[in-house]
Design a protein. Sequence first.
Length: 593
Amino acid sequence: MRKIIFLLLAVAYYSLSSAALDISYKLGMSKPNSHYFEVEMNVSGFTDTSMRVKMPVWAPGSYLVREFSKNINTVTATDEKGKTLEVKKISKNTWEINTTNAKSVNIRYDVYAFELSVRTSFLDDSHGYLNGTSVFMYVDGHQDVKGKLSITPYSTFKKISTSLKQEGNNVYSFTNYDELVDCPIEIGNQETFQFEAGGVNHTVAMYGEGNYDIPTLQKDMARIVEAETKAMGENPNKDYLFIIHNVTDPSGGLEHKSSTTLEVNRWTYQGDDYMGFLSLVAHEYFHLWNVKRLRPKALGPFNYDEENYTDLLWVMEGFTSYYDELFLRRAGYYNEDEYLNKIIGTINYVENQPGNQVQCVAHSSFDAWIKAYRPTENSSNTTISYYSKGQILAALLDLYIIQKFNAEKCIDDFMRRLYKDFYLKNDVGFTEAEFQATLEDFLGEDMDWFFTKYVYGTETPDYKKFFDYVGLTFYNSDDSVKPFLGVRASGSGRLIISGITAGSAAEEQGLSVNDEIIAINGYRVDQNDFDAFVKTLDPGDEFEVLISRDNVLKTYTLKMGGKSSKKYIFKPNFNDENRKRFDYWLRVDIAHH
Ligand SMILES: [Zn+2]
């Protein structure tokens, strides 16, 4: 009896759920130089008298509310007989359609797409690029519905590159909305080539000319994929797509589960810049594990309607930043010194940033939406990057693990553990507490000290202790007090103050951002004069500065300040024990040929 009632309830619930809904999208681009994508969305199989469609406010991986609905002018809807249905806008990104008596609904809108970055969409007569969250709406409450997308390319566009599953000529399928918008689409006449690595077929789609050499890229990108697959123990994709935009002003990369978009300077493929490119490849590729699969609870399934908060971006972006350089070492691109210079450079950057004493890295993660992605003239005084600080904490944890397990385990083992416990078992994200608990279980000890001091606190890490494990003596090579005014000022015409360091002489004695510096000691100065003059001063020296603030002239007498900045370096101090750990830490594990 009980069982029968349960079954009946289950059936009733099933018919009310979204399982019967069917969604298909059509994408057109008939007038590419108007920069509008034409979108048609056909929805059938629903019974409600109204339907809400929504445009996301953000793109996963890029933690800023971008209000993609700002690019939509009008939304119209018709039923299966072509009769116009009433459409009402009820919030900044929600349209409500009256669906009384309608069996299916055809929704039409155009999207203005003229922002070429990895996180937005773009169309002109050279190509179309879509990041789905800025083009495709979803039916509210039905993001789990599968469907099809058919694309009509502009007449001169001959190629479509996307990791969506192809079902026919220019027809693709998706299993839910998350997948649809996690597969960016490049449409145009891009050059494509393939390489196989880590048991995965990789396609590279190149938009725009550049100084790249295909055989070199095939070899180098494959080495990075091999190093990463080895670290994580398995590569979950069968196919993977790199969309690469070769442009003048690049915006970096954005990660997806089975693809990535990289936007780089078109001349990046030679010399020192090329290492920067390979490190970007290593970074975005590693995200297919770290953040796209192994992830905090807030980061998938996504809420496209508002900010998705997590304290853990220092793990998602920081660990990935640590690994992007480490993989270049493991794949043989950096020698030991080059790698150590990268690490010490990041430490010096973080430890000399005033905001590092103000904002802990957990809050830097949580507030990415209003701080990291919305920098102001005061940001360096009050914030620290979860990329850089997270990279350092990843390095310290790696060294701690290596020491603890006597160079038989490293951070890879912990990442594989997280991947297994959360992604492979249940495909779920972890909470902040679950992350710490997994680390503690892995290490077999309480790690509160680490989280309290370094993640939720701003205490300077005990670098010396961590680097001693691998035979590197860590110390500040220069703690002398140097003259320091604390003003950043620039301008070819007027010399305008763009930044003031917190606690500096400039702040304490009256200068402010936006002040125009006109004269020093009665003489007009330009940027060169000003920079040269400041260099001649010692702490305590007085001078007069004439400024204009909102066109009111003021004279201040300033006294030059002083500051001891940190310049950390490593000195090798090897013995058998720590040299073994060092060699394991910076091992090269992809043989050169
Ligand atoms: Zn990243």
